[in-house]
Each structure stands twice: as C-alpha cells, then as structure tokens.
Design a protein around this ligand. Structure first.
Ligand code: ZN
Length: 468
C-alpha cells in the first residue's frame, strides 16, 4: 500500500507549509489550500479578515449606487463597481434603519470578485481537524481531558492529557456548519454519525461486562477514522442525502464544488504552485476564462492520499501539542515543582533554582508537586473551578437556585491551570523526559459521553498517579 512510512516522510520532506511534495499535490488536486492549517484562532482570523474587507467593499459600493458622492469617488479610485447588495444578502431585504450583517461574500458574484483562493477562505469557518468533543468533555476545559489508563489490550495510553483546544490542529471548513449543502455541514454530520456508532459500540461492550474505561475508549485508529471520513466530504463533496431536494442547499453545494474545482485548477498551474495570494488569483482568472476543468473532481487516489496525509498531520500535531505542554510546565520551567521543593519541610533557604537541584532532587520535586495537585483533584476533576463558577453565574442569570453543593464543588475544584500543570508533569514522567519525546498513544472518547456535570469529585475515575 505504501502508506506505512508516510508519517516519517511527512516530517522529513516537509516544506514551509509542513507537507511533503506528495501530500501537497494530493491536497491541491482536491482544491485544498495546503497553507490553511494552524491553530483555531489563526484560521478564524484569516477568514474573518477577508469577510470584513469584503463587507466594507460591498457597503461602499451600495452607498455609491445610492448616489453617495464620497463613496462614488472611493469606488472609482479602487476599481469597484457601484451596485446594491446581492438579492440573497439580508441587507437587501432590511427595513429602513436596520443594518443586518452583510452576507454578500457567500454569493457567486463574490467568487468572481475574490477568485477561488480567497473566496474559499472567506466562506470557511475555523474547525478542529478532529472534533473537540472527541477529546474533551467540556469545550475549552483542560480539566475535562480524558485521564490516562490502559487500553483494551492492557497497554498504557495517555488519554487526552496535554490536549489544548486552542492549540489543536484546525483548518478551513467550507461553509456554515448549520447550513445544509455546505462541506462543513456534512463533515459535522459525518462526525455526529461516527460519534453515535462509537456510543453504540460502547453500549454493546458494556453489556458484555467490559469496564467503562475501555468500553468507551476511542483508540488512535478510531480517531483517525473520524479525521479521514470528515475530510472525505471535502474531497468528494457533500452527499445528496443531506440536501433533501432543497433548492438553496443544491445551489450552495454546486457553487462550493465549482469553487473547489477552480481552486484545484489554479493550484495545478505551475506559477500558482509556488506563488500565493494575488499572483495565484490572477493566473486562476485567466485559466478559468480559457478552459473549463476537464474532470468533475479529484481522482479517488488523490482523495485517499489527501485523507491519509491529513490523518498523519493530525497525529503529529498531538505530539507537538504535548511537547509544548511539557515545555511550559516541565523542567527547566517547572516552577510549581521548584516551589514544592523549596517549601520543604524544612524550607530550603535561600531558595534554590531548578539548575541547582540534583537530578534526583528534580525527580522528587516533580513527584511532590504531582501529589499536591492530585490532592486538588487536578488529575481527574472533569470540570474546572472556572467552569463550575461559570455554571453558577449562568444559574443566577436564569434565576435558578444555586445550592450549597454547587458552591462547595466550585470551591473544591482545581483551576484550569492546575489541571494543565498536572497533565504536563504526567507527560514529562511518561515519555516527555526523553529526547525526542516518546509519549504513549492518545485515547479519546465519543462526544457527549463524559458526565457533565460529573459525579462528586471524590468518586469516579481512578488516579493515574500514585495511590493516595
Ligand atoms: Zn451584502
């Protein structure tokens, strides 16, 4: 199959965008921008910037069409055409004095204005390559990461310790995830369906007497399948059974496929492959005028290769994320462990720096700090202090009663930072102290399966650390 060594190759032969030549080609054949991978906020900002600029443009053009002299001059200077908002834009149907958000960027006219590369980006939402809900019980709460344990064969795994939703690999998913006909909508449905099948599988395993921790577990292959099947939507297009003969959905799907195909065409141009931004858009424009794309989409091989490449990239990103977590809290930056050492007993005076500790003292300091954090419940709290406080504020806002138990739990719960620190130290002790790091595989869980809110802090999951 020739796929077993892809992971290593992707690292070694990677260019500035992090892909090797083969992967870059497969992505391009699918009309996917190889540079569109980064953190959640990176992608969100790249997309939002384009939408904002286009909205401003359409606003000025509409003002010019209404006869605004300043806007007319501005359009002339910028080469814009005075025109009203698109018929599909909420601004077209808006009552006087109301100014709903302009959605002209979704239109065919916008595709002509922006050209495929920028249009695809402007019409995308930032999305985790693997849905966040497979990794955390509560979005953004590191205390709800899956605790480490042993897999079904008895081998150790690291749960999702060190997972950070803001650092996890994200990309541009085309279209609004709530709008039928978009790739993002269908990708989300694929994730939902897989989540459902994993929950069903867990139920069968449980019925057969398998313990909760392994019944519910999603190993690396399960998680890769989610990544891969979601990406398949981008390669092949949303399935028609999601569209339900809705004209608008069919229109959206058609326009999205057209833009993808045009982008693939653009990326296959020799000048576009190395160029970017303006340059590739310009060459795409002339290519589009001269000839139509010959084939309806990428080949099956291209799609399969693209899926494999993104799976591998996702898997690598987990180790990068975990290494970052260790770098932040582990030696030589282990300020929590150092404080634990200096606090004694007896207190170390004058306090030592990390470098002044012997290797044995450093190891003991890390273990001591982990024990302190375990007493705070930082290893398996499932919900952080911050989240619990948010819940209480929410209850108050809704006028619901806040019980003494709610307050006690919030007081007792570890902070997000304590959970992050504990997980980083655990990772340091479990492969992160090697060069290069060799972490145990990650293991997630089906979405909506972590109790939320969880059982009382004292019960539930066994400590991955020492017995207390
Ligand atoms: Zn508009």
């Amino acid at each position: 199959m020739g796929t077993t060594h892809t992971q290593g190759k992707a690292v070694k032969g990677a260019g500035g965008d992090g892909w090797d030549d083969e992967c870059r080609k497969a992505l391009q054949a699918c009309g996917i921008d190889p540079t569109a991978y980064g953190s959640y906020n990176d992608r969100k900002n790249a997309q939002g910037k384009l939408r904002k600029a286009y909205r401003e443009r359409r606003d000025r053009e509409a003002a010019a069409a209404r006869g605004n002299k300043k806007a007319i001059a501005e359009c002339k200077a910028k080469g814009w055409t005075p025109r009203a908002h698109e018929p599909s834009c909420p601004q077209s149907a808006a009552k006087k004095g109301k100014k709903p958000l302009c959605m002209c960027h979704e239109s065919k006219a916008a595709l002509d204005d922006m050209q495929p590369e920028l249009w695809l980006r402007a019409n995308s939402q930032s999305a985790h390559v693997l849905g966040n809900a497979f990794m955390q019980g509560r979005r953004g709460d590191p205390c709800s990461n899956v605790p480490p344990g042993r897999d079904r064969e008895g081998r150790p795994h690291g749960g999702t310790y060190g997972y950070d939703d803001t650092q996890a690999l994200c990309t541009d998913m085309l279209g609004d995830s709530r709008k039928v006909g978009t790739e993002h909508y269908s990708g989300t449905r694929v994730e939902d369906a897989l989540g459902e099948s994993f929950r069903t599988r867990a139920e069968i395993r449980r019925r057969n007497g398998e313990p909760e921790a392994t019944a519910n577990a999603l190993d690396t292959n399960d998680l890769k399948m989610v990544v891969s099947d979601t990406q398949e939507v981008t390669g092949r297009g949303p399935p028609s059974n999601h569209l339900k003969d809705d004209d608008e959905a069919l229109e959206t799907k058609k326009l999205h496929r057209e833009a993808r195909a045009a982008r693939a065409e653009e990326l296959s141009q020799p000048t576009a492959a190395s160029g970017q931004g303006q340059q590739s858009s310009a060459s795409g424009a002339s290519a589009k005028k001269n000839k139509k794309p010959k084939k309806p989409g990428p080949s099956a091989d291209d799609v399969a290769k693209m899926q494999k490449c993104i799976e591998d990239r996702w898997e690598q990103s987990l180790d990068t994320m975990r290494a970052q977590s260790v770098a932040e809290y582990g030696p030589p930056n282990a300020s929590g462990a150092l404080d634990a050492h200096n606090a004694g007993p007896p207190p170390v005076k004058p306090p030592k720096t990390w470098d002044q500790l012997s290797p044995a003292e450093q190891r003991a300091a890390v273990v001591k700090r982990m024990e302190q954090l375990e007493k705070r419940g930082a290893h398996d709290a499932m919900v952080s202090k911050e989240s619990r406080e948010k819940d209480i504020a929410e209850k108050r806002k809704k006028g619901e009663p806040v019980t003494a138990a709610d307050k006690a739990e919030a007081k007792r719960a570890p902070t997000e930072d304590e959970c992050r620190e504990y997980q980083a130290l655990w990772l340091h002790q479990n492969g992160g102290n090697r060069t290069p790091p060799a972490f145990p595989p990650m293991q997630g869980k089906p979405p909506a399966t972590m109790p939320d809110p969880p059982p009382a802090l004292s019960g539930g999951v066994k400590s991955p650390g020492k017995k207390k």
